[in-house]
Design a protein. Structure first.
Length: 578
């Protein structure tokens, strides 16, 4: 680049330019050290709003003596995009601008990456001249390209989206009209706003529902649905078509359900969306599952485990072989707990392989495989193949059938540690579920190590938590169950918790450790779920009710949340809060 001196560090460049105060640089360097993943200094500076992406790229461009460009659509020629593979362009965040006399001018977000220039030269067979541009500008233009797999969710000026939406007044009937309107800015901005706001609110799902007079948008936050906004009814086909286009679905098919996936970029990070459409009498309903891993911790210590449960579970996941099961209904956090367990035992010495549908979190030391039902790669077939990959630990996303169950049992008995999930209401029910699938009781007793049943409950908002006196009926019910409380807490509602009294969720757990007495009971001819549960409780199994009510005593959740997940079934007196 014409200079032999060592490049100056980014922080020094920003300070010298006057874009950053020295004390802010020191604070950013301290924040950079916090957390498991080492963040780039630029990421920290932008996240903490010490400076902007434009200022960072401008400094880097000046240091490496390349031009700095504010990108606009008229600056690049879409006809020359084929000089580089589309996948390479999107993965490396580069944008070919134009070719003049055999020289390709290309925008890059990292002018310091000298190897990138050599790669581009080799792939394009052209001389290369680079200009520096912000990642946000490059993503914005990539999103406008035909068949682009990158969608950028831009910040939307409050109120402007409502004004734009009113521009579309005619009811949409023709499929061609739907496709045309779905590509127009107001509908794109509306869909972007729906997704952007859902991520900002921490929603796990977006429901876009047709009704008689409007389209209702609801977010599932902390396990409960909340209304977000209402959209004019005649916009439903255009909104649905825009989402289908993003997820590569068939916009002309409105009579059959469709499923798809789309990746979006929001504030520089990737967020995966799972899209499901379903025809109703009033039009198509769309549900979008939001997989935003930013707010999810994969450390077991952060998932709400009580100390005694965590100690026993941590011991179970370090066994040399056997099966560890996590059970519970859909949306109870089973996958997150499994990833946390794998994260706790992952190392360079272990070959950990997973079979998932879909892959929700990407962990660095795991070999993760995606089930492909359409081509015959089912859970059971993938699991059999994995056994030839010399694994130490195997995670199967879900045991759905007899074949998968028997293969997992066989893997556990041949020296592998197997993790998986089942849909059962409590831990002892996992034993009877496996037996009902056709697995022999002696195999279940020999292979099964630990079963963890769990639910998610809402966490009392710490900002507005207060003590209160519950109704007398609840006091009496708790007395009958054998639970005593000195004080009760609940959130009264504030801006931080959207006036719900709850903010965030935590796990409530029931841990069943399979011991010799239980193994004998599994083999007994008069085996029953009631008998298994009785033996487990007598041997000290921590039940859902026990774990939940002691979290009520600690003030971190409420009586109503625990009664919601356990029903009215009283916990055995032996399991009373200790």
């Amino acid at each position: 680049m014409g200079t032999t001196a060592a490049p100056r560090r980014l922080g020094d460049l920003l300070v010298a330019k006057g874009f950053l105060a020295p004390e802010d640089l020191h604070a950013a360097l301290e924040k950079q050290k916090v957390g498991k993943r080492t963040k780039l200094l630029g990421e920290v500076l932008v996240a903490e709003e010490y400076c902007t992406e434009d200022q960072i790229v401008e400094c880097l461009a000046e240091e490496y003596q390349v031009p700095y460009a504010k990108l606009e659509a008229r600056l690049f020629d879409q006809k020359i995009l084929d000089v580089l593979p589309r996948e390479y362009i999107e993965n490396n965040l580069v944008l070919p601008l134009f070719v003049v006399r055999g020289t390709l001018t290309i925008a890059v977000s990292e002018p310091s990456n000298l190897f990138l220039v050599d790669e581009i030269r080799g792939l394009s067979n052209l001389s290369v001249r680079i200009v520096a541009a912000t990642p946000k500008d490059i993503r914005r233009l990539l999103a406008t390209l035909p068949n682009s797999k990158v969608f950028v969710i831009d910040d939307i000026i409050e109120g402007s989206d409502t004004a734009d939406v009113t521009l579309i007044e005619d009811a949409i009937v023709d499929i061609g009209d739907i496709e045309e309107i779905a590509g127009q800015s107001p509908v794109i901005r509306l869909v972007n706003y729906i997704v952007f706001n859902a991520v900002k609110e921490g929603a796990s799902d977006i429901h876009i529902e047709p009704s008689d007079r409007c389209v209702r948008v609801r977010y599932r936050i902390d396990g409960r649905l909340h209304k977000s906004l209402e959209v004019p009814q005649h916009l439903l086909p255009a909104v649905t078509s825009r989402i289908k286009i993003m997820a590569s679905l068939d916009i002309s098919e409105r009579r059959l359900p469709q499923d798809g996936r789309v990746h979006v970029l929001l504030e520089g990070r990737r967020i995966d969306l799972r899209v499901s459409t379903f025809p109703t009498a009033k039009g198509e309903k769309t549900v979008i599952r939001v997989l935003d891993t930013r707010g999810v911790s994969l450390n077991l210590e952060d998932l709400g485990f009580a100390e005694d449960v965590l100690t026993a579970f941590a011991q179970g996941i370090k066994a040399p072989n056997g099966i560890v099961l996590v059970t519970g209904p859909t949306g109870s956090g089973k996958s997150t707990t499994l990833y946390g367990a794998l994260n706790a035992i992952s190392s360079m010495e272990n070959n950990i392989c997973t079979v998932e549908d879909p892959i929700e979190y990407h962990l660095p030391l795991l070999n993760q495989f995606q089930v492909q039902e359409k081509v015959g790669l089912t859970f059971s077939k993938a699991l059999r193949t994995l056994l030839r990959q010399d694994p130490d630990v195997i995670m199967v996303g879900e045991i759905r059938d007899e074949e998968t169950a028997k293969t997992a049992i066989q893997a556990a008995l041949t020296g592998h540690l197997v993790f998986s999930t089942l849909h059962t209401n409590d831990a002892p029910s996992a034993i009877t579920r496996l037996a009902n699938m056709g697995v022999e009781p002696y195999l279940i007793g020999a292979a099964l190590n630990v079963v963890l049943a769990q639910r998610l409950v809402r966490r009392t908002c710490s900002k507005c938590r207060q003590t209160y006196e519950p109704p007398r009926s609840i006091r009496k019910a708790l007395d009958r169950m054998g639970y005593q409380f000195d004080a009760f807490h609940r959130g009264v509602g504030c801006r931080a918790c959207r006036n719900t009294g709850y903010r965030g969720r935590l796990g409530v757990h029931e841990l069943l450790v399979i011991d010799d007495q239980l193994r004998d009971a599994i083999l007994a001819p008069d085996q029953s779920l009631t008998k298994l549960r009785e033996i487990a409780v007598n041997n000290g199994m921590i039940t859902l009710a026990h774990d939940g009510f002691r979290k009520v005593r600690e003030g971190i959740t409420t009586i109503e949340e625990i009664l919601h997940i356990t029903g009215d079934t009283p916990a055995p007196a032996r399991a009373a809060a200790r």
